[in-house]
Ligand binder design. Sequence first.
Ligand code: SF4
Length: 245
Amino acid sequence: MRRTFSYAAVTKDTRNADIGLFTNPSNLDETMNDYQREQLDALIMVRDGLRQRLHAQRSQLVDQIQAYMAFRGSVDRFFSRHFNDVCTRTCYESRTSACCSKDGIITFFADTVVNALIAGPDQLDRLETVLRAENNGHRCVFLGDGGCLWTVRPVVCAMFLCDRAMQTVFEPEPDLKIEWEQLRQQARHYKWPDRPVLFDDLEKVFIARGMRSSLMHLNFSPGLLNVKKRAGLLDPSGGRPGRTA
Ligand code: SF4
């Protein structure tokens, strides 16, 4: 149950403005907030897409995320080996964790795709259920009694370490900090579009089938489009996919 807001500056300013630009496939309940609506829209879009327009490509997509899943396994093992004790002691047992205590964790469309490819229907149904429910808890809408309801948590959550935990673990063992920095660099290679990256590819698979989501930050966030532009990765047309849905 870890989270970070490292991409907030890039995406958050444009996110709310962009919500109105995209189609809303869900029957939205008025008790839901904007965050729940865009998360539910993305989830329904991905599930419907995988069932219908992308049904034939599903196994290919599962193959496509294997290297990323192996990376996530490395991250989980790193946390399990070096942070389980400190996180359990300082946060989970005392229930004072700040990691998941706020609504509005930044997620990528690819997070939703990866989770939908790995999770079972019941697990995805549970996400839909909490997204449709009123959330007055001042904590992440995905935080259930037994922890995070995602099967493969959003990458920003998976890569979050609070200052206190880092200090406790890294000060006596500086080599671990180097290992952690290497993992952070690896994470960038999946999601930071200064080179071709998986998260961009997964968005484009859905965009090519006429689907659009405000969580497609790598193709609609001006900040990340600028990153692609500087790297020479924008399409000749300008790189911002047109609205076809
Ligand atoms: S998505 Fe899961 S891990 Fe991330 S903040 Fe919410 S409950 Fe915590």
